[in-house]
Design a protein around this ligand. Structure first.
Ligand SMILES: [Zn+2]
Length: 273
């Protein structure tokens, strides 16, 4: 599942290629995505030029010169990439935007949980109103989180996954940030003090930045025909490593299912209080 760093790396990889390109054609596959604009709304983008690419949480926003916005969410298995005309045709392609240069912007999605939606000039996509603070926002402070969570019993892992509070932290990076902060994933958020919140915010920023940097190194050998491959070979310390020794103390790491999602932690470094 693409998380914030993957979307940011896609944005950084696509921006230099797409900005200044004009859409000259749109073709759509037979099967619809979970949320997808009507064919005539997508076709109305023909003739428009890309002026910018931005990101909010896990949403990628393509801004066009007549004010429209194309909002893309990759869902579970979505991939968005730039193809030169020499690339072979791929399966599971849902949308192809043909570009003035002769190249294409391709959206591929095996499981079709993704979203591709067009918004008219001046309209903020409603989904963005639900997106919490960016992890690097100055408004994201320990004091704010402490105040928001006083007396709340909600486990910190579930709190981190709630994109309405902090945007874009998925299952993998939540486990990694809790390990870095030595917090048990089931710790009630109301029990977390200011100093620990400060450490947790720092860990989130560091881990997400490292993941973006790791993805950034793959841009150098960006495969035009295949795009980015979902997750990067980031050095994960706990995620997916149940039974393996903790990199801090050697205790076997544990997998726990919380809210239907796998959580990985070290029972010694992250003791339950
Ligand atoms: Zn440990």
């Amino acid at each position: 599942v693409p998380e914030l760093p993957e979307v940011e790396v896609i944005r950084r990889g696509l921006a230099p290629k797409l900005v200044g390109e004009t859409i000259v054609g749109v073709s759509q596959g037979g099967q619809r995505l979970r949320r997808q604009s009507e064919p005539d709304e997508l076709a109305a983008l023909i003739g428009q030029t890309v002026v910018d690419l931005s990101r909010r949480g896990k949403y990628l926003l393509v801004h066009l010169d007549q004010g429209q916005t194309l909002l893309v969410h990759l869902g579970m298995t979505g991939r968005l990439f730039y193809q030169t005309d020499a690339c072979p045709a791929l399966p599971h392609v849902h949308l192809v935007f043909r570009l003035h240069s002769g190249h294409k912007l391709v959206y591929q999605d095996v499981r079709r949980f993704g979203q591709v939606l067009v918004y008219p000039a001046g309209v903020q996509p409603p989904a963005l109103a639900q997106v919490g603070l960016e992890p690097w926002s100055r408004r994201l402070t320990a004091a704010r989180l402490r105040q928001q969570t006083t007396r709340l019993k909600r486990p910190v892992k579930n709190f981190l996954l709630d994109g309405r509070i902090i945007a874009g932290i998925g299952n993998i990076y939540a486990s990694e940030a809790l390990f870095a902060t030595r917090l048990h994933p089931q710790t009630p958020v109301g029990d977390i003090g200011l100093e620990t919140w400060t450490q947790l915010i720092r860990a989130i920023r560091r881990i997400l930045s490292q993941a973006i940097a790791a993805g950034g190194t793959t841009i150098a050998n960006f495969q035009d025909c295949e795009g980015q491959s979902g997750l990067f070979a980031v050095q994960l310390k706990v995620y997916g490593r149940a039974g393996e020794p903790c990199p801090g103390c050697g205790t076997p790491l544990v997998r726990l299912v919380m809210a239907g999602r796998s959580t990985f932690f070290c029972p010694r470094c992250q003791p339950e209080k």
